[in-house]
Design a binder for this molecule. Sequence first.
Ligand code: NI
Length: 189
Amino acid sequence: MLRIVTYPHPALRYESRPLARIDGELRAKVRAMFELMYEARGIGLAANQVALPYRFFILNLTADPEQKDQERVFINPEIGKRYSSIEDEEGCLSLPGLYAKVRRARKIKVRAFDLEGNPVEVDAEDLLSRAIQHETDHLSGRLFIDYLGPPARNAVAAKLREFETKFREAQAAGEFPDDDEIKRQLDGL
Ligand code: NI
């Protein structure tokens, strides 16, 4: 059973591995991830966020489960060229309720594979570009809060401590194993 994990679950800091195979098992996981994402009213979800150590993420910028034609899956994504930059507000399903401005490239070129295993090359700008950069960061264990300068970092510090306390309590209650065990499990997947 997949579930969205929240900061500071160690999967969110895990350097994910490239996917070697696209099979029915992966397609089932992708479907489950879309359902979780819609439930949480998100527009993107990376595999790390459901504690899977693989390089792929899903997007539906409409966040609308009725608009299945807007669903996209990016497997083993590589961002190539980045053009100009722009600041805008971001949030993350693994940091619920936390928003901050992040500067990112406005336009990017990205190569990936789709769920049929076909290579795709996308020229993305604005929200699509931002979402792809945010999700690709996840696959390297990077979170949008890592980009915040001292004032913005201060503004979210209390909220981060709250997440931290909640997660440690969940671990103490046996809802999650300890960090080392989680990392061992991710290594073994
Ligand atoms: Ni995120």
